[in-house]
Unconditional design. Structure first.
Lengths: 594, 280
């Protein structure tokens, strides 16, 4: 067997204050191999990825351990010595190419600068070869473009071309497809797979998305609270996860191929500086029998076949069983609750008008969940805004229970405003940072239901319980909550109006997978308990599969496909739907639904 | 929050500023109680140097400089303070409305502000005073009007930023009134950038009030006022320098300390001065 190209040994990274971010990380990657580094926010995966280049962000330092690429140490050396190796021996592709590429430089300079830094040779040919290797045009007009003149996918290819131009032995990719739509993501993943096969580069692929990593990686390392909790061959790890966290994470990933009930991990991920003694996952662990894990950190134990697990009781971890999705609650038979007909909406700029939505019609029955799927720019959010009265359509009507509604919320009768509520995409943004959680939830009850102050606050407390949050959170400000908690508060605020329909605009897209699973679980339960109808807007087919009854596929502002979720995902008819379904990353090696 | 409000004192600049400001404001407010003479009482030969009983000598009418300085701070503080308050009341209202309206009102208000900004402040004040006569009310109103467009601009930018946020849209979808949205949802969230600027605005108001008084277009003799004292005694600079130096030093200390405290507060709120300068 070839010796490993990347060797990381006992890596420990901490804040300048001495608080550890990453502890005891050891890894090996061989040439031509892809290692998937998986973790949720705060797990230390990006910090680890940067350390592979011998780099630590300001305020952070590599405290102990060694990183070695092809025999060259990258830690414990002077900055100048390491800098000469970055780009030539190891290179890095950042998450957001829109931010990583200097907007003032042309493509040829972006790629060419890398060559000039490491070899004082002519760069024209190298740049063209690098662009060709990621399937970008190599003609001069393209090379003279600026990053903002490219699409997100092309930008990411330029970033990858830049990383590859000096033929490094190891490429570290940090969530390279997170901001891209599924079709582009599928192409980038193909590109990475081809490069490692053809060039034999070693790849470390950092992601929060097990499905993406599962489709590409040879080996997977799962990080939780700054440590690797499980590491092994991708197939073995996905088929039979041994760490309860990995198992929970797998249970949280929605799969467009197989609609199923998601299983979330209870509790909240621990942040840097609040890690408990012993196993960091122990407080959330459901299968823990003794309290040994509360005192001692378990070692990474080999369970055979190069599969290592950091758990005392890994043998007890049950195999992941997949359950059928909850039976959707009965849908009201009488006329539709909401009817949208011939909707057309435009965004007027100073110089031009963009048609965001054209001739969209749909209906939602009481208690039904209609999902709207589309890529960014397909007009799905505009539809949501038209329904709640934040955007005035140019044509078409929104009809609630047989009564046509005014375009703007302020003109609608109060009863109509009460019956339709919205939850927004960004949890950091949807709650006023200066209002206490309790006040935020109580407000709709006061304004829309005329509850007196005291009753409204009692209602807020009750609703917090309903969205599975402790009642004491009512006294907190949104800044003190995690993203998932904030999104629950936003849901509670919507429920405070006693709505019949809740419009959910990408409400899980800013959340970690396990948090997303918990929010989806909650929504599914609330639907049954409160007989809520949902208009669920998302770009993620997997999410649709786990919550939607019917789905509307949107392309370029127009409906191109619609039908029951299961049928449409199993046998997509429309060409665009088929492309979406095929590009969606899915867990290849999950056991069948029981 | 209370801790955050007081955190600015802990920085060296904040501490120095706070101590200086307290001293100067103390002199201005409490000075009259300690003044040995009435401000308009002649006690000796004009422009005589420091002597027993008159530590800073006398002015051009033979009045005690110390007494006049102790009496002369209140007008500066009161006029500049009132003008700043008025400027903020108007500026915040205009900025909120312009930033939130998304109608023709926004360009109309903002272009008017731009026109006002294109006049040099002193020229504007001189024209106003010439037209409307010299009175305290005109002075306060004039200084407020000079400041208002800048404040309105900052408030408008901050409002624009907030008005597209989810919680504001949620309030719109609830059908809340515009005034409730401005007051409950937006104003509390733009308090930071507004507060960051108060020090600078107050400093500027002090300088403007002092300048106008110095030019003789604000307060009229025999009122005791630091700027007026400098103005009416400038002929005697060589005979008794204290009559100029002491009030000039106090005005300088006041503006410097207000600025130091304002900056320290802004920094403790996490707002960089660089960004403020850009907005200006």
């Amino acid at each position: 067997m070839t010796p490993p190209l990347l060797r990381v040994d006992g890596l420990r990274i901490e804040l300048d204050s001495g608080v550890p971010i990453v502890e005891d990380v050891s890894l090996e990657v061989r040439a031509g191999e892809v290692l998937g580094l998986v973790g949720e926010s705060g797990s230390g995966k990006t910090t680890t990825a940067l350390a592979l280049l011998g780099f630590a962000r300001a305020g952070v330092r590599i405290d102990a351990g060694a990183v070695e690429v092809d025999g060259e140490p990258l830690t414990g050396r002077g900055e100048a010595a390491v800098r000469a190796l970055r780009g030539r021996l190891v290179s890095y592709v950042a998450q957001d190419p829109g931010l990583a590429l200097n907007p003032a430089l042309r493509i040829e300079s972006l790629v060419g600068d890398m060559v000039r830094t490491h070899a004082q040779s002519q760069t024209g040919g190298d740049v063209a070869r690098a662009l060709a290797s990621v399937h970008l045009p190599t003609d001069r007009p393209f090379a003279r473009r600026y990053p903002h003149e490219l699409s997100g996918g092309q930008q990411q290819r330029v970033a990858i071309a830049t990383a590859l131009v000096c033929a490094p032995r190891l490429v570290v990719l940090d969530e390279p497809t997170t901001g891209l739509d599924v079709v582009t993501q599928a192409r980038i993943l193909e590109e990475i797979d081809r490069l490692r096969r053809e060039r034999g580069v070693a790849v470390v692929y950092v992601s929060h998305d097990l499905a993406v990593v599962g489709s590409l990686a040879d080996r997977i390392a799962v990080m939780y609270a700054g440590r690797i909790v499980e590491e092994g061959p991708a197939a073995a790890l996905l088929a039979r996860p041994r760490h309860p966290y990995t198992r929970g994470l797998l249970g949280s990933v929605p799969d467009p191929g197989r609609p199923r009930r998601l299983e979330s991990i209870p509790g909240v991920a621990v942040g840097v500086g609040e890690r408990p003694e012993g196993c960091s996952f122990a407080p959330r662990c459901l299968q823990r029998t003794g309290d040994r894990a509360l005192r001692e950190m378990p070692p990474l134990e080999d369970v055979g076949g190069g599969h290592r697990v950091r758990c005392f009781e890994w043998a007890l971890t049950p195999p992941l069983t997949l359950e059928e999705p909850a039976v959707p609650p009965g849908v009201d038979a009488e006329g539709p609750l909401l009817l949208v007909a011939g909707l057309r909406a435009e965004h007027r700029g100073r110089h031009d008008t963009v048609v965001a939505v054209r001739d969209v019609s749909f209906s939602i029955a009481g208690g039904e969940c209609l999902a709207i799927v589309g890529e960014s720019g397909s007009g799905k959010t505009t539809i949501a805004r038209c329904v709640v009265g934040l955007h005035s359509p140019t044509e078409g009507s929104v009809v609630l229970d047989g009564t046509p509604l005014q375009p703007r919320a302020a003109r609608r009768p109060r009863e109509a405003r009460r019956r339709i509520q919205i939850v927004f995409q960004n949890p950091n943004d949807s709650l006023n940072p200066r209002h206490r959680v309790g006040d935020a939830i109580a407000r709709p009850a006061r304004v829309l239901r005329d509850l007196p102050q005291r009753d409204a606050h009692a209602e807020a407390t009750r609703l917090l319980e309903r969205v599975r949050l402790p009642a004491r959170i009512a006294e907190r400000y949104p800044g003190e909550l995690s993203g998932g908690e904030r999104q629950r508060v936003a849901i509670a605020r919507a429920l405070a109006a006693h709505p019949d329909l809740v419009v959910c605009d990408e409400i899980t897209s800013a959340l970690d997978v396990s948090v997303q699973a918990a929010v989806l679980e909650l929504l599914a339960e609330l639907r049954v308990e409160l007989r809520l109808a949902l208009l669920f807007i998302t770009h993620d087919l997997g999410v649709v599969a786990s919550i939607g009854d019917r789905v509307l596929v949107l392309e370029d502002g127009a409906v191109c496909d619609d039908g029951p979720v299961a049928a449409l995902l199993r046998e997509p008819e429309h060409e665009y739907t088929r492309r979406l379904v095929e590009s969606a990353p899915r867990l290849p090696r999950l056991p069948e639904v029981a | 929050m209370n801790v955050a409000r007081l955190r600015f004192v802990r920085t060296p600049a904040g501490l120095v500023g706070t101590v200086l400001l307290a001293a100067v404001v103390g002199i201005a407010l409490l000075g009259p109680f300690f003044a040995p003479y009435a401000p308009d009482e002649p006690v000796g030969v004009p422009f005589s140097g420091p002597a027993e009983g008159t530590p800073f000598g006398t002015d051009f009418l033979g009045r005690d400089v110390l007494s006049r300085v102790l009496w002369g701070g209140r007008s500066v503080l009161a006029l500049a303070g009132l003008a700043t308050l008025l400027a903020y009341a108007g500026g915040i209202a205009i900025g909120l409305v312009a930033g939130y309206s998304r109608s023709l009102l926004d360009p109309v208000l903002m272009r008017t502000a731009d026109v006002m900004l294109s006049f040099p402040a002193l020229l504007f004040l001189l024209v106003l005073v010439t037209g409307a006569g010299t009175s305290k009310a005109v002075l306060v109103l004039g200084v407020a009007l000079v400041q208002m467009p800048l404040i309105a601009r900052i408030v408008r930018t901050a409002t624009l930023e907030q008005s597209v946020r989810g919680f504001v849209e949620a309030a719109v979808a609830r059908g809340e009134s515009t005034s409730a949205i401005l007051r409950r949802e937006i104003l509390p969230n733009i308090a930071g950038p507004i507060a960051a600027d108060v020090g600078l605005r107050f400093t500027y108001a002090i300088i403007l009030v002092a300048s106008v008084n110095f030019l003789g277009l604000g307060l009229q003799p025999p009122a005791a006022d630091w700027a007026l004292i400098i103005s009416e005694n400038r002929g005697g600079l060589t005979l008794n320098p204290y009559v100029i130096l002491v009030p000039a030093a106090l005005i300088s200390l006041l503006t410097i300390s207000v600025n130091l405290v304002g900056d320290a507060i802004a920094r403790s709120l996490g707002i960089s001065t660089a960004r403020r300068r850009l907005v200006r």
